[in-house]
Design a protein around this ligand. Structure first.
Ligand code: SF4
Length: 455
């Protein structure tokens, strides 16, 4: 299904769309306030972008350095070229530990690899422990946002969900009550887990350790209670040195939620005594993206979600309309690289206003890359006949001054004289939230000539 068709489903509930829009804009404003308080914020962004560019140009060396240092720390390092290999490696570690219960924290990569359904088929219970992720897991839905996975759900909806799955009392969406019930439920799962799986925000080449950022402390809780820790990371998560963490930790939290720092930045450098730590380094299409000159900078992404919070399309169409693990502007760059045919509508789900590029902490030229994908898609994919015909006609009109002039005059006449109901009626959703411009008598050319004549 195309993005526009999925967005239409989300748009049916107008009140919810407005609420979703406002909730994300509130986060965007928090990000602005927080970023503006940091002197040299733009310099920090430059620095972050430069470090990432260096990483991508020397990725092979940094990855080998990381592997060697991690091994020195006693960590087991595995390499997976795709999602299947990643899932098989996770399973082999679970089998080794005879694990039947797993707690998971902060990993979009395992979503990308569809790890949960894979393990569930093998009879393993996998519990997502981030509250938002647990909510969407109970609702049997994928996350709709990479930082706020359940942002599309109201607290009243969560109330009903918890009553159904956790046996809570009706509370009319009382957040304190719901959070305390979720905490009890999750604590029980933490205590019984055999293995903890986490994502990786940053993998430090010169120490061989990884850093996971959470606001709920769930990565620490899972890792410290289970007998083994599996950290799953994409190859682009590498940063060269520990000192670079200061740049990214400051950029990440402020861009994501407007916080000065994430509540927990957990450093995992080796396994606790008597336990095991594994790191799985995953490619799954990333080297292919690296080879695409125009799109390789998309691998700078530190998954803060700021481009989603600011995007006028994302805020009004919801994360599920993108039908890809990473939604929003950055997802619309990454997804065509994975499956051009399936995701060919996504680069068009943008106004190209550039707001995404403006907020991106690592200065990815997001809107320019979206525009580039459009050019590739138009060349490689069949375009709808109507769209092609309209663009062709527009091309002819714009290339002939006389015709353009006539079209302008006709449009001005129509705007002035045609009855308003032709725009503002139930059949034309376009007119619902738009005002038509005030119509002038002349176009610019005519106005300019008249002005010169009048002296
Ligand atoms: S593309 Fe930039 S703004 Fe969007 S999630 Fe990635 S780092 Fe954040």
């Amino acid at each position: 299904m195309k993005h526009s068709e999925k967005a239409e489903i989300f748009n049916k509930d107008e009140a919810k769309v407005n609420w979703h829009d406002k909730a994300l804009w509130y986060v965007r404003e928090k990000r602005d306030n927080s970023a503006h308080k940091v002197q040299g914020w733009e310099y920090l962004r430059e620095l972050g972008s430069g470090i990432k560019a260096n990483v991508l140009s020397n990725l092979d060396e940094y990855l080998i350095q990381f592997e060697s240092n991690a091994k020195k720390n006693g960590i087991h390092v595995h390499w997976a070229s795709n999602a299947e290999e990643h899932n098989e490696i996770v399973n082999s570690i679970l089998v080794k530990h005879d694990a039947k219960k797993v707690v998971k924290s902060k990993s979009m990569l395992t979503e990308e690899c569809h790890l949960n359904p894979y393990l569930e088929k093998k009879g393993i219970e996998v519990i997502d422990t981030d509250l938002g992720e647990r909510i969407v897991q109970l609702a049997k839905e994928p996350p709709s946002h990479i930082v706020l996975p359940a942002i599309h759900k109201t607290k009243e909806e969560v109330d009903v969900l918890f009553q159904e799955h956790l046996g809570t009392k009706p509370s009319q969406g009382n957040p304190e009550y719901l959070v305390s019930e979720a905490r009890k439920h999750l604590r029980n799962k933490f205590l019984k887990a055999d293995v903890a799986i986490t994502g990786v925000n940053f993998a430090v080449a010169d120490t061989g350790g990884v850093v996971v950022c959470t606001n709920e402390g769930n990565a620490d809780m899972g890792v410290h209670l289970a007998k083994a820790h599996i950290a799953c990371m994409g190859i682009e998560k590498i940063i060269p040195q520990e000192k670079h963490l200061g740049v990214f930790l400051r950029l990440l939290a402020r861009s994501a939620t407007g916080q000065p720092i994430t509540t927990y930045s957990s450093h995992f450098n080796k396994a606790e005594e008597g336990k095991e730590m594994h790191i799985i380094i995953v490619d799954n299409g990333r080297t292919e993206q690296l080879s695409r000159e125009d799109f390789r900078a998309s691998l700078h992404c530190i998954r803060c979600g700021a481009c989603m919070n600011t995007c006028p399309i994302y805020r009004r169409s919801g994360g599920h309309s993108y039908d890809y693990t990473i939604p929003g502007p950055i997802g619309s760059i990454l997804s065509p690289g994975k499956d051009l045919k399936k995701h060919s509508s996504l680069p068009f789900a943008s106004t190209l206003c550039g707001s995404c590029s403006n907020v991106c902490p690592v200065k990815i030229n997001i809107h320019e890359q979206l525009y580039k994908w459009r050019q590739v898609i138009v060349k490689e994919e069949k375009q709808p006949v109507i769209k092609k015909a309209v663009l062709k006609t527009a091309g002819v009109v714009l290339s002939k001054p006389g015709l353009y002039d006539f079209a302008g005059k006709s449009a001005r006449f129509a705007l002035k004289n045609f009855p308003k109901f032709m725009i503002y009626n139930k059949l034309n959703a376009w007119g619902k939230a738009r005002d038509l411009p005030e119509v002038k008598n002349d176009n610019f050319d005519e106005w300019f000539k008249k002005r010169n004549k009048d002296g």
